[in-house]
Design a protein around this ligand. Structure first.
Ligand SMILES: Cc1ncc(COP(=O)(O)O)c(C=O)c1O
Length: 424
């Protein structure tokens, strides 16, 4: 069956609202490439949106999943508990930033983790307001749509949305030129005047924004917000769903600025491609919720838990945080050289294996989503799987698996360079 045949079946069977970046259908995939059903190989700069950090079908993950599937597939932790769930929580409490007493709870998707972090923060503080940022992305459920900034395609005609959500400006060095402290003061002034510190349950922020454009806040922005939250009795929640698990060259992106979040939301890279998510954080906050107040049928499914433990072992054994830093060094060098030749690239930014280029009309900051889509489509024609992002759709982002080998990474960058040249 070819991709064309599958596309015809899809059109007749799958809801139109569920879209795909490419129209080729995957046959198999490994640590840096996908092969489609037509036999074409793709260099993978997407990792299924920052999920397969340990690679697709990583050996340890496959072995752990196989073994667990044969033992039992589901009992529901809320009905009949099992060790794997406890082990994953112990592991998360140990690997996340901060030497404090922590607890974790497991869920299925990133959006569900964010919803639960907000529930916990509201319950623990007895306050309603949640502060979020321009360009933020936190998911597609009702509360997380309210927390997400961008209308199209995430929110358009899906309202009304959940209340008590307040949006403030993000630090966006390319566009605002502000220091971290000045950008934080701008945001906190709005919190003080429009919400009131005493009403704030939580500040929720991605340490590096994902879907919003790989926006890296100016140094000092995150620590200033975290300090403010501590002094105001509000909960500082870091959404590390895209940045977590070695992606940015550190186990968690908060650590680049020595920030210890009160709660962290986790998903994506946690389990080598199996659906698992978590909230990890301060024991006093997590345990504030009454018995039975958190849960769900599938949260912490044993097969996903086995995959998570195997993924974390793989990250440790292969030093994938170090691998992400090496990817950054190769990528940023080549991309900066490309930016010197191509005035459409306004900025190369990101950390580790979470790197992007922002594309604008040359000599201006006017976003150029058409060129961005054109370059991305050209990459696809040449066998490189890239993704776009950004509020204006003018950011091309690169999220290779952290286990990608040097040759494949270099081949992908070569395709990218040739796609820019072909569309100049
Ligand atoms: C920072 C962040 N938060 C939340 C989510 C939502 O995760 P999920 O798609 O698993 O619900 C995403 C997904 O892209 C994300 O990047």
């Amino acid at each position: 069956m070819t991709s064309l045949d599958l596309h015809k079946r899809r059109t007749a069977a799958v809801a139109r609202g569920v879209s795909s970046v490419i129209s080729s259908y995957v046959d198999h995939a490994s640590g840096g490439t996908l092969v489609d059903v037509d036999g074409q190989e793709w260099v993978d700069f997407a990792s299924g949106i920052a999920v397969t950090s340990v690679g697709n079908s990583a050996p340890r993950v496959v072995a752990a999943v196989r073994e667990q599937v044969e033992r039992f597939t589901h009992t529901c932790f809320m009905v009949a508990p099992y060790e794997l769930y406890v082990s994953v929580c112990e592991t998360l409490n140990a690997v996340t930033p901060g030497e404090l007493e922590k607890r974790s709870a497991l869920f299925n998707s990133g959006a569900e983790a964010v919803e639960n972090a907000v529930k916990i923060a509201r319950h623990a503080t007895g306050r309603p307001a949640v502060v979020v940022f321009d360009h933020a992305y936190h998911g597609r459920t009702n509360l997380t749509m309210a927390l997400t900034a961008k209308n199209m395609p995430y929110k358009h005609r899906f309202g009304p949305f959940a209340g008590s959500v307040y949006r403030v400006p993000m630090s966006y060095p390319l566009r605002d030129g502000l220091s971290g402290a000045a950008a934080a003061a701008r945001a906190l002034d709005i919190v003080a005047t429009q919400i009131g510190a005493d009403n704030v349950a939580a500040i929720l922020i991605e340490p590096i924004q994902g879907e919003g454009g790989f926006v890296v806040p100016a140094p000092g922005f995150l620590p200033t917000l975290a300090t403010w939250a501590r002094e105001a009795g509000a909960v500082f929640i870091a959404d590390e769903i895209q940045t977590g698990f070695c992606r940015t060259g550190s186990w968690f992106a908060s650590s680049h600025e020595s920030v210890v979040p009160d709660l962290i939301t986790l998903a994506k890279g946690i389990a080598g491609g199996l659906p698992l998510a978590a909230v990890t954080g301060r024991a006093d906050l997590m345990d504030a919720v009454h018995v039975g107040g958190l849960g769900g049928t599938y949260g912490g499914n044993p097969v996903a838990c086995a995959a998570a433990l195997a993924s974390v072992e793989t990250m440790r054994e292969l030093d994938l945080a170090g691998a992400a830093r090496r990817i950054e060094a190769s990528m940023v060098g080549r991309l900066r050289a490309l930016a010197d030749r191509d005035p459409r690239i306004a900025e190369v930014r990101g950390r580790g294996a979470m790197i992007a280029v922002e594309i604008t009309v040359p000599g201006t900051l006017e976003p150029d989503p058409l060129t961005t889509a054109g370059v991305s489509a050209e990459c696809h024609r040449r066998g490189l799987l890239t993704l776009t992002c950004g509020t204006y759709g003018n950011v091309l982002r690169f999220l290779p698996p952290l286990v990608i080998d040097d040759e494949t990474l270099s081949r992908g960058l070569g395709i990218l360079e040739s796609a820019f040249e072909a569309t100049a």
